[in-house]
Structure formats: C-alpha cells, structure tokens
Write a protein that binds this ligand. Structure first.
Ligand SMILES: NC(=O)N[C@@H](CC(=O)O)C(=O)O
Ligand SMILES: [Zn+2]
Ligand SMILES: [Zn+2]
Length: 342
C-alpha cells in the first residue's frame, strides 16, 4: 500500500544549535518542506537580529541539495517591546512569537512571569501586525498537579486572554487533554505531536522508568489521548502537524534529573499515518500534515510530494555523534509507513 501526500511542514520543531543542530537537521529536512523553529536556545532568541543570525546558521547546516525553509520565532520575555514585533514583521523572517511561562519547560527560565502585567502592549502590537502567539500552555505554580497544568492554563490564562484580545492569533502547542481539544474547537488552533497521539502516561513507567518517553506537557491518561486522536482525525482544520521533536544528548535524559523532550523527527510521519489509518481516516491525513498549517499561517501549500509506503522498517537504537548519542522515539521498534520524498 502506498500514499502520496503534499509535502508536509513541521509547525513546532526544536533544531537546537552547534553540533546538535548539525546532527538533527537532516532528519527533518528529509521529510518536511518548512518548519516553525522554536527559539528556546541558550541564550534564547529574543530579538529579530538573533532570529536572523540563527536562521543563517540553520541554512549553513543544511545538506547541499535541500530546499528546506526555516520559519523563525521570537521568545517572548517580560521586556519584549512592541517595536521588536514591528521589526520582526518587517524583516519577513519571523513568523510567530513564542510564550513560555517562566519555568514551564526546557530553557524557559527567561520566559514570561506575568503575561497580563508585563506583555499586554506587545500582545496588542501582535494583533496589529497579525503575528501569531504560540503557547506552551501550562501553569508553573508548583501547587498545581502536573497532570492538571494544561487545563488550569486554559482556565486562568487562555480564556481571559482571548476575551481581552479576541483577534489575537493563538496556537496552543502540543495539546494533550480533552480540555484543550474543547478549547481549540471552540475558537483557536493547535499543533499535535505524535507522542500525544500514540502514548498515554503508562508509557512513562512501562516495566521501569522510561526517560525517553518523558516530555512536557507530560503524557496524560488514555481518555485524553483518545480525545486528541478523535479531534485530529475528524478533519477539523484547527489542528495541524507539529512534532515538538526535542533532541537531548542521551546522558541528559538518562540521569537523576532528566530533561524533558522526545526526539521524534525520524518517526513522526510514520506514527501520524498509523494513527489516521487505525481510525479509518487516511483520507484526512493530508489536510493535517500539509494544508491546515500553511492555511493558518497564510503561506502557500507545498508543491512537492512525499510518498508513504506501508512496509515495515526498524527504528535505529540510537544516532551516534562525536558529542554522544541521541535516542529516537520508539528506538529499536518496527514501524510501518516509510516516508520518502518524490
Ligand atoms: N517538549 C519538551 O518536553 N521539551 C522541549 C520544550 C517544549 O516544547 O516544551 C525542549 O526544548 O526540549
Ligand atoms: Zn513546550
Ligand atoms: Zn517544543
């Protein structure tokens, strides 16, 4: 069996920098035409000038024949100015601004401490410039149970935000709960990762602690997974592909306090296809992978194609580099649906 799709884009991707960038970029480039590149480097990409420089270093790291287009983002802080948004829009290389609540996830320590208190003027300017806000939607209050952090974020931050600025374009990134599905269906957009479609929280503890299944927002109960699967396979245009592929060197995952992030770039398309196939919804796959994202961002759909062939293939146990190993999601497992660019 074979499927031909318009080439997909990845609307949520961590490419990192330096050696890690060089190591992982070929995996994304071999499947996707464009990607929204996350700005949570150390130090974070908080200015247009930094985004332009980061874009140059990504372009330099691309394989020679690649047409891959990185779409850059700015990391919102308490001190981001409305002028920075104007500048970002003017240069044409910045496509969104990313909200990390301070302390919510990997490299979020410089993120926002008080969205309504510190960022309202910037958000108003984003409405003016039609600049989307991409949201890591979890509260950081340690008193809130980690499995409830997405729902509490919707109730206490997102709902008030859209009431105050209904025209602001908002993408709720990597959604994990039925609460997020309801919110998105009522008014906004979301990206969905492969892990939140195929795994529930049992995968964190299967036979022992599984650091390579640990990401944020953390995997949830099966009923939530099912709600997210139903939403994306329903054909709704509010949901689009965003892998959240987030590589960390093996030692930073397999240790006493392991980093959050799943490296899924090599397996994501196979897993999305599996989910749509299992739901009898392969006819809806292409809109999710290749149409809804560019339509939301006001960009043309890709013109080249990708082929997905239903033959078993084995995911490598590890990818090894001079600086160490990166362990992919489902390392050593056999998957079906093998992607190849036409
Ligand atoms: N998803 C993750 O668990 N980690 C991401 C950050 C993020 O997207 O929250 C990372 O940069 O490693
Ligand atoms: Zn995130
Ligand atoms: Zn991410």
């Amino acid at each position: 069996m074979e499927l031909t799709l318009t080439q997909p884009d990845d609307w949520h991707l961590h490419l990192r920098d330096g050696d890690l960038l060089k190591a992982v970029v070929p995996h994304s480039v071999s499947h996707y035409g464009r990607a929204i590149v996350m700005p949570n480097l150390k130090p974070p990409i908080t200015t247009t000038a930094a985004a332009v420089a980061y874009r140059e270093s990504i372009l330099k790291a691309l394989p020679a024949s690649s047409n891959f287009t990185p779409l850059m983002t700015l990391y919102l802080t308490d001190t981001t100015s409305p002028d920075e948004i104007k500048l970002a829009r003017k240069t044409g290389v910045v496509f969104a601004v990313k909200l990390y609540p301070a302390g919510a996830t990997t490299n979020s320590q410089d993120g926002v401490t008080d969205l309504f208190g510190k960022c309202l003027h910037v958000l108003e300017e984003m409405v003016e410039q039609n600049m989307p806000l991409l949201v890591h939607g979890e509260v950081t209050d340690p008193i809130v149970d980690i499995f409830d952090r997405e729902k509490v974020f919707i109730d206490t931050i997102l709902q008030p935000l859209i009431q105050r600025l209904p025209q602001l374009k908002v993408v709720m990134e990597h959604i994990t709960t039925m609460d997020a599905v309801k919110f998105v269906e009522s008014c906004k957009e979301a990206t969905v990762t492969p892990q939140h479609l195929v795994l529930n929280r049992n995968a964190l503890f299967q036979g022992g602690l599984r650091p390579h299944n640990y990401c944020l927002p953390v995997l949830k109960r099966e009923i939530h997974r099912q709600a997210v699967v139903s939403a994306v396979t329903s054909g709704s245009r509010n949901f689009f592909l965003g892998t959240d592929s987030a590589p960390h060197e093996r030692g930073r995952k397999e240790c006493a306090c392991g980093c959050a992030g799943i490296y899924n770039a090599p397996v994501a398309l196979s897993l999305y296809a599996k989910v749509f196939e299992e739901m009898g919804a392969l006819d809806k796959l292409e809109a999710f992978t290749s149409f809804n994202g560019p339509d939301f961002y006001g960009l043309p759909r890709n013109t080249s194609k990708i082929k997905l062939t239903k033959i078993p293939w084995k995911v490598p146990e590890a990818f090894s580099f001079s600086f160490g190993d990166i362990i992919p999601m489902f390392a050593g497992n056999t998957l079906e649906w093998q992607p190849s660019l036409i």
